[in-house]
Design a protein around this ligand. Sequence first.
Ligand code: SAM
Length: 290
Amino acid sequence: MQPAPHVSVLLHESVGLLAPAPGRRFLDCTLGAGGHTAALLAAGAAVVGIDRDPRARDLARERLAGYADRLQVLAMTFADAAVQLAAEGETFDGVLADLGVSSMQIDDAGRGFSLRDTARADMRMGDGCPDDAIALIDRTRESDLADIIYRYGEERLSRRIASALKRARAAGVDSAAGLAEAIRGCVPGHQPRHPALRTFQALRIAVNDELGELETLLAQLPRLVATGGTAVVISFHSLEDRLVKTSFRAQRDRGLWAEIARKPVVPQDPETEANPRAHSAKLRWARRVA
Ligand SMILES: C[S@@+](CC[C@H](N)C(=O)[O-])C[C@H]1O[C@@H](n2cnc3c(N)ncnc32)[C@H](O)[C@@H]1O
C-alpha cells in the first residue's frame, strides 16, 4: 500500500467507536484516500465506501487493492447513496462520514480549491454539481451571493466581497488566485488569516451543496445503522456541527437512537500539532440499542 496522501482525522477515536471485526460491515460515506476504511478493513471488517470524486475513488481502490474482496466502492453522492441504500433496506454495523474536502483535493492544482491556484475556480468535488464556482458567481444576483458568503462563510464583509467578486468577473478574472486577490483588495488592514478563506469556504459549500447533502444523510442515518450499531460524523465547521448535533438530539428524542455523544470528541494536542487540518474537527456519534 502507498503512503497516505491525506492524513485521516480522529482515526483512532472513530475506529474505536465503530469497533470493526471480522463479520461486521460498515458504510464509509466519504472514502477519500481510504484512511478510515483501511483501518476498518485491516481489522477484518467489510466496507461499502462512497465518494463523489472519481480521483478519490481511483486512489482508494489502488491503495486498498489488497482488500478488494471486502471493499465495494460506490460512485455517488452520499445523500443519493443513503436514500437508495435505506430504500433497499440495507443496514450496517456502523456508518462513518468524515466531511468536507480532502487535502488531496485542495492540493490538486487545477481544481481551484486553493487560494493560490491559478486555474479556474472550479471547486466541484465531483459528481452531482451542476455549476462550478465561476458559474455560480455569474448566475447569482449580487445580493444573493452576499447572502451565500454571509451564511456559509460567516463573513461579515459579505456585501463588499460579493461586489468585488462581481467586478472581478466583469473584468474577466476566473482563476482562484485572481478571486482571492480581488477579495484581499477590498478588505482593509492586516489580517492574521487570508481574508478570502471564509469566502472560499462559502463558495465551496454552495457549489457542492454540502449542507443539503449532510441534511439528507442525517435524515437517513437511523435507518442505515443496524441494531447495536454506531453512526460517527466528523465535521470541520460550526454550520455542519450544528446540523449534526440538532439532528442526533431530535432523533434520540423520537427514540431512534439509544444514546448520543453528550459532547463532541475533539483531537488531542499531538494530532492537531501534527495535522493542522485536525484543529477544527468535531466528532459526534449516535448508537442504536443492542
Ligand atoms: C475529508 S475527505 C475523507 C478522508 C478519508 N476519511 C480518509 O481518511 O482518507 C472527504 C471525502 O469525501 C468526499 N465527499 C465529500 N462530500 C461528499 C458527498 N456529499 N458525497 C460523496 N462524497 C463526498 C470528498 O470527495 C472527499 O474525498
